[in-house]
Design a protein around this ligand. Structure first.
Ligand code: XBP
Ligand code: MG
Length: 242
């Protein structure tokens, strides 16, 4: 385990206590519950191919593009980076993103994406302790449905008291909107919650909403600045068990 900031240093046992004491655990999805960004990347590329657009996002390009959260916003940002800039109207953007979402469903349906280690146990332990669970993500709701109905449980929705997705908020992460919406739906103060995130943008979103954050480092965001997190772990398995 890497403790993020000396001022916020928590020993593993006190971190486990902190997790157990939270009234609500709020999970991010992409990168946190599962390593989905590689699948998102393939879905974007498949959509470009199908739409006859000569773009291909390799891993390095995608890592940079992930600074922009939200698929539509990411496509628009990439278009603006082209020389000459390629502006896509809202309708074209929506069609392209719909194609991408369809390809994401197809790829997820191939059952190749599992939950990250420790996720299922953390959810099970939280339920045994009567803690509330929630989701705050900037991905499209149908992506969450496609992933969790396969990787977690057919009735995954019943496990979460609130699920806020990209479609539900005006501003995506790093804006705090998704987290504020979870707090509003559950009518709980930020101090009773703990967010589990994998990216600098997610960390900013939750901390701007006043919620402390535990980082579970993922493939694409390993070198983000996590200095304002409570702690940083490589896998949630480090935080389960007695
Ligand atoms: C997730 C995202 C999403 C996905 C793509 O960020 O940024 O945009 O990459 O999803 P976070 P859509 O994990 O911080 O919530 O194409 O459905 O927008
Ligand atoms: Mg994430």
């Amino acid at each position: 385990m890497n403790i993020a900031a000396p001022s916020a240093a928590l020993r593993p046992c006190s971190l486990k206590e902190r997790i157990a004491r939270a009234r609500v655990l709020i999970f991010d999805v992409d990168g946190t519950l599962a390593e989905t960004e590689g699948i998102h990347r393939r879905a974007f590329n498949a959509a470009f191919l199908e739409a006859g657009i000569d773009w291909y996002w390799d891993r390095r390009t995608y890592k940079k593009l992930l600074r922009t959260t939200g698929g539509k916003e990411r496509i628009r940002a990439f278009g603006r980076m082209q020389s000459p800039p390629r502006a896509l109207c809202d309708l074209r953007l929506a069609e392209l993103h719909q194609l991408k979402t369809r390809h994401y469903r197809r790829l997820i349906g191939q059952h190749t994406c599992r939950l990250r280690p420790g996720v299922e146990t953390m959810i099970r332990d939280a339920r045994a302790r009567n803690q509330m669970l929630a989701i705050a993500t900037t991905t499209t709701f149908s992506n969450v449905e496609d992933l969790l109905s396969i990787a977690l449980h057919r009735h995954w929705r019943n496990l979460f008291a609130a699920v806020v997705a990209g479609d539900d908020v005006a501003r995506k992460k790093p804006a705090p909107d998704a987290y504020l919406e979870v707090l509003a739906r559950l009518d709980r103060p930020a101090s009773e919650c703990l967010a589990i995130e994998d990216s600098g943008n997610g960390l900013k979103a939750a901390t701007s909403a006043g919620i402390p954050v535990l980082i579970s480092r993922s493939e694409y965001f390993r070198d983000d600045d996590f200095s304002s997190a409570l702690a940083v772990v490589d896998e949630l398995t480090e935080l389960i068990g007695p």
